[in-house]
Write a protein that binds this ligand. Structure first.
Ligand code: SF4
Length: 321
């Protein structure tokens, strides 16, 4: 077994899941969450069991109730809808997604055409595009490049979704630059550190592996990308699974080396379940392949921290009285 490191939870997912947990403790159930807080079945089910109610839109939340926005970010109109319904909104958007929103706003204010490389319909892309709908065009991979039209080829920038394949994105950018030589790049990487680090680790193990298993859900963009990266870098096969029980033993037939990683929204316990499943089938020799150290953490959303502080002060005053 080759076990990729880093894998699993990133700082943005950790913060988003903790936001829902702390909100449940502070306000009590139910707490409403617009969209899946992170794209992972197990995480969503576990939070539902604790009293989170997942909805698709704000109009499913009772007036005045608490609603948490997911890690993928929302368009400004979603905040406006929440205000109109007097919802108490807590924004768990990952700060690295917020950074892309800020870039979109800044370039739109300077009247640039913005080419947003990303997957059509993905929540993050919908949220980012909502910041500047008149300036943003979606480019969903290299095949979309020929359809791009811009007002001024000297005033164009590309931005991207945070969870794409680094290599595929650069291929799209190369094609865009052939058509638009003056295309500007974002001031810093939009594909986030966690997405990049997990892809680098998979590239390292894939050439040695007959099979690479990726723990993650089908709607998790970064998890799906990991299976593609594994195949592009030499794995004979790669499978995406939510749980160990989904492993088909036929995938392991004849395999001498199996690689394992997990997407940025996947709790480590699910990886440990896969290791146990494989150990029971003879894959007991596990080597961790470590390609980066991660130390980033994000503070909880300020609106939640404020309420936590007020609750702690009220509890302290009660016990002093
Ligand atoms: S994958 Fe990246 S952008 Fe998405 S939540 Fe994690 S750190 Fe943030």
């Amino acid at each position: 077994m080759l076990l990729a490191q880093p894998r699993g939870y990133c700082a943005g997912v950790d913060r988003a899941v903790q936001t829902v947990e702390e909100a449940l403790t502070l306000y009590g159930a139910p707490v409403y969450v617009r969209k899946e807080i992170v794209h992972n079945k197990h995480v969503v089910t576990t939070l539902e069991e604790r009293g989170a109610i997942f909805v698709e839109e704000n109009d499913e939340v009772p007036e005045g109730a608490t609603v948490i926005f997911s890690a993928h970010g929302v368009a400004p109109e979603v905040h406006a809808q929440a205000r109109a319904r007097s919802l108490k909104a807590i924004d768990a958007t990952c700060p690295l997604v917020t950074k892309v929103h800020q870039e979109a706003k800044r370039y739109a204010a300077a009247d640039y055409d913005i080419l947003l490389i990303g997957h059509e319909g993905h929540e993050e892309v919908v949220g980012t595009a909502g910041e500047a709908p008149r300036h943003i065009q979606l480019v969903d991979g290299p095949d979309d490049v020929d359809a791009v039209t811009v007002r001024d080829p000297a005033k164009v920038v590309w931005l991207s979704q945070t969870t794409l394949s680094v290599d595929e994105t650069m291929a799209t950018v190369e094609r865009l630059k052939r058509r638009l030589p003056l295309l500007e790049s974002p001031p810093s990487d939009d594909i986030c550190y966690a997405t990049q680090n997990r892809q680098v680790a998979v590239k390292e193990i894939a050439p040695e592996c007959d099979v690479v298993l990726v723990v993650g859900s089908r709607n998790s963009s970064n998890s799906v990308r990991l299976t593609e990266v594994a195949l592009d870098h030499g794995a004979r096969a790669s499978y995406l699974i939510d749980f160990a029980r989904e492993i088909d033993e036929a995938w392991l037939a004849g395999a001498s080396t199996v690689g394992l990683t997990s997407g940025a929204s996947v709790p480590e316990e699910l990886v440990q379940d896969v290791l146990a499943f494989l150990a029971a089938r003879g894959f007991t020799d596990v080597t961790a392949v470590d390609t980066a150290q991660e130390h980033l953490t994000f503070a909880l959303p300020p609106e939640l921290r404020r309420d936590m502080k007020a609750a702690a002060e009220a509890a302290a005053a009660r016990s002093a009285g």
